[in-house]
Every structure is written in C-alpha cells, then in structure tokens.
Write a new protein. Structure first.
Length: 316
C-alpha cells in the first residue's frame, strides 16, 4: 500500500544532502518517535548527509531525544519532512516552508493536504508505525535500522496506542512492535520515561479522580484552571498527560479535559465510541475519531463544547 509515495520519499531522501525533520507543537511520544526515528534511520543509512530534527522541546520527552538548533540558511536547498502533523498551523518551527521540497507523513485525517509529497494513512496506529513501514519498504534499497531508531519508533507506537489498548491497534501494529523489540534497547527504561510521574502530578491525578463530572448520557468533564495548576505546581502540558485517566471509569462514553492557559483553554477530547473529531473541528481543532484536541477562548465556549459532547453521547 502507498508504494508509489514511499518510493518518491526514498528518492527525495537519497537526492538531498540536507534533510530537516519537523513535527507538531506540544509534542507527544509519537511526534518525537516518528520525527527522530526517521532521522536516525536516514543518518545511519546515509552517514554523509546532514540530518536535523527541530521544534520546541518538551522536558518530559528529553529522555527520547534533544532537538537541534539550526540557522535559517540551513533550509536553503534542503529537503523538509513534517511528521505526525495534520494542520500547517500546528507545525513546530514555522520555517518548515523554507526548504526546497516539503514532504508530509501522517496518520491523522488529511484535512490540510499541504506538501509536495503527501503520505497519509489513517489506518495506521501512529506515524511511528508508518516510519517503520517505510523502513521495511526501503531496507533492500539502502535503508538501515538501528537500535536507537527502533527505540524511538517503539516509543511512538506505545504512546499513540496507549500501550496497545486503543482501537487503532491492529495486527500489523503488534507485528511491527514485535520486530522492534528485537533490537537492543531497554523497554523497562523506556516505559519508566514514558509513564513515571512526579509526585506533584500524581497528586493532580488524584484531584482529577475526585473532581470530574459525568452527565446522564455518559459524557464526562474535567476542568483544570490555572489556580489548580499553580496549586499542584504543574504546567498545562503536565495536565494533558492525565487525559487518559478517565478511560477506566465505568459508564463514561466520552470525556473532555479543559485546561486553562494564559490566553486559551486547551480542549482534550477522548472517546470509547462516539466519534469526536467532527466536534473538535467545530472548535478550532481536529484529530482522530476517538482522540482529538481543540481550543476554546472563553468558558462560555467551553460550555458549548461540553453541550455538544453530551449530545453526541446521547445519540450514541
């Protein structure tokens, strides 16, 4: 599947000396895993090339990889690849258009088909899964897998499948994960990096479990305002790590976290059945059918998100 696009991407990688790889803002393990895993494969396969990974960093993901800092002139005549980013406004480091050729590799719905070459497969569990699939296509054409690349791609797959619990996990996902764990890296160390929480965040998680609300339809809401973040010495990104917490609560069909930042309320939507990405699109967002994000700019707007979620659950 998508053989032509994989070949086009491989030929572009082979023909450029400088390759710059981006991913989305507020990165998660799949963003880092696909971006940095691809970089590791390219660098090992073509040691003479200059390969860079760029974008804002998240301290909780430093254990995976640190980003490169490059000057604007590096983009001149470069190949640019954006991984795991559905919409152009969510690309971290907006210099991504300054290169020679732009490639998009993603598993989110392709509502914004930017790029000269676009490889989007919404059946994949993660973009890291797609990068491993790209390696499989090219392993007899010059591509090399390394222990570090395998570690990064495995982290991305684990992160975006919720440790293989989400419905996006397929037989192929397990097959690829089984291939990747044959490489030399510590899964225990990796899991600790992905899932260990600081004590203050565990206390915030306790607050979440004591304060979420559920409607009769099975729609749940959790509001985390700035004063609560301050109380627990937490950042908005820390609170976002806890969104899956409500997934184990019996009777909840779908849920939303409203996390207040300085000038926006981050909306994190999850579902066990009702399709929620259409709702997210109505509120400056998007994503997968069962995992999406959006933005609200007032608490009145946040209430409308909740009303719409409640209606979805009623109809489900």
């Amino acid at each position: 599947m998508f053989k032509k696009m994989k070949e086009q991407i491989l030929q572009q990688i082979k023909s450029y000396e400088t390759i710059i790889i981006h991913r989305h803002v507020r990165p998660d393990p799949d963003a880092y895993g696909s971006q940095c895993g691809l970089a590791a494969i390219i660098q090992a396969s073509f040691p003479e090339k200059h390969v860079y990974t760029v974008g804002e960093e998240d301290g909780s993901l430093h254990f995976l990889k640190r980003m490169d800092v490059i000057e604007d002139n590096v983009y001149k005549g470069a190949l640019v690849i954006v991984c795991d980013t559905a919409n152009q406004e969510r690309v971290s480091d907006q210099r991504y258009t300054n290169g020679d050729i732009l490639i998009k590799i993603d598993h989110h719905p392709n509502d914004d088909a930017y790029g000269d070459i676009v490889w989007v497969d919404t059946t994949a569990s993660s973009t890291s899964e797609l990068i491993y699939e790209f390696y499989l296509y090219g392993k007899d054409k010059g591509l090399t897998m390394t222990d570090e690349a395998a570690r990064l791609l495995y982290a991305g797959i684990v992160g975006d499948t919720g440790r293989f619990l989400y419905p996006s996990t397929t037989e192929k996902t397990f097959q690829y994960a089984g291939d990747l764990i044959k490489y030399d890296f510590s899964r225990t160390t990796l899991y600790n990096g992905l899932y260990d929480l600081d004590e203050n965040i565990v206390h915030l998680q306790g607050y979440v479990l004591q304060n979420f609300e559920v409607t009769a339809s099975g729609a749940a809401r959790m509001v985390i305002k700035k004063d609560i973040l301050d109380k627990f010495n937490a950042k908005a990104s820390d609170a976002s790590l806890l969104v899956s917490t409500l997934g184990s609560v019996k009777g909840i069909k779908a849920w939303v976290f409203f996390i207040e930042e300085d000038n926006v309320i981050r909306v994190r939507l999850r579902s066990k059945g009702p399709v929620i990405n259409g709702l997210a699109k109505q509120f400056n967002g998007g994503g997968h059918p069962l995992a999406s994000g959006a933005s609200a700019y007032s608490w009145e707007e946040a209430d409308r998100v909740m009303e719409a979620l409640d209606e979805l659950c009623k109809q489900y």
